[in-house]
Design a protein around this ligand. Structure first.
Ligand code: MG
Length: 310
């Protein structure tokens, strides 16, 4: 891999589907994950070991995680927020566990009902179990620049939470711009501060397209040195705790941009469209990704009628 190349973390099966009103049958989730792996993805976030009442759409986490299509070199990630999640995740061969906190106290309270301090207390048993079982842990820091409740977030607060996630043992920290409100100048500034702190090389970015800034922000982060980008197939997803938040930056949009720049993602764009089309058919609603829709209009992906399932 050249230092200019990037890694996309496909978060559609978890972050995308948890925000869809209708549950998707387990077998269609598994087929979707297989199609994503076959498209070339090496990092896929597949589900969340949370209470089924918290996220009913992912109530089949144990089933999905036990049916993961094994492919050479593919790392599957799942959210494991606490020791209840650990007990379930240990029974599966999910490779990497993910934890959640935020740079905003109010968002953390609303999202996971814990202060930032308490969130780190909950992480301790998860980190210990991951270490003992030879798994890596990915930390998410939400509301890196804007909070739906507190407004603008002091970037030094974000830097301190990211630093702490690295210090407690997260191999990577995903910087979540939860409400999609940020613009490239803010992203450049924050990434610059993280570089000065010496942690930017451990960071991925997770942008949303609420104001159409997803790819612009990704490009700003790329130019400062970020090489790992969260994205979701077709632009699936949003955030139930952030009113008005649109979907994640779409995988197709990012691949199209990087392809045009000569930056390798390792993912085949046409095969990505095929994978997203599977989920579009399962959901019965049009996916928002610009590149996905443009490519579908040009005849890429399965022909209409080929995806109808009973
Ligand atoms: Mg998201």
């Amino acid at each position: 891999m050249s230092p200019d190349d990037v890694t996309i973390v496909e978060v559609g099966p978890r972050d995308g589907l948890q925000n869809e009103p209708n549950p998707v049958p387990t077998e269609r989730k598994v087929a979707f994950i297989a199609a994503l792996a076959d498209a070339g993805h090496r990092r896929i976030e597949v589900t969340a070991f949370v209470h089924p009442k918290a996220i009913p759409q992912l109530a089949d986490a144990d089933e999905v995680a036990s049916q993961l299509p094994r492919r050479e070199g593919v790392v599957y990630t799942a959210l494991v927020p606490n020791d209840h999640g650990v007990a379930r995740a240990m029974k599966t061969d999910v490779d990497q566990w993910a934890l959640f906190t935020a740079a905003s106290e109010t968002f953390n309270q609303k999202n996971i009902k814990a202060s930032i301090e308490e969130s780190f207390e909950r992480f301790a048993p998860v980190l210990a179990a991951a270490r003992e079982s030879g798994r890596t842990v990915r930390g998410y820091c939400s509301t890196i620049l804007h909070c739906p409740y507190e407004g603008r977030i002091d970037p030094s607060m974000t830097v301190s939470v990211v630093r702490r996630l690295v210090d407690v043992g997260c191999s990577e920290v995903s910087l979540g711009e939860t409400i999609g409100r940020a613009t490239p100048g803010e992203v450049r500034d924050l990434c610059g501060r993280l570089a000065v702190e010496g942690v930017l090389d451990r960071c991925a970015v997770h942008f949303h397209d609420t104001y159409g800034m997803g790819c612009a922000n990704a490009l700003a982060a790329y130019e400062v040195g970020v090489r790992t980008f969260d994205a979701s197939a077709g632009g699936l997803g949003g955030c139930p705790y952030a009113p008005g938040a649109a979907g994640n930056t779409a995988t197709e949009d990012l691949i199209f941009m990087f392809n045009g720049m000569g930056v390798k993602t390792g993912v085949d764009l046409d095969a990505q469209v095929e994978a997203s089309a599977l989920m579009e058919a399962a959901l019965g609603r049009q996916l928002p990704s610009h590149a996905y829709r443009a490519l579908r209009a040009r005849g890429k992906g399965p022909k209409p009628g080929h995806l109808e399932m009973s």
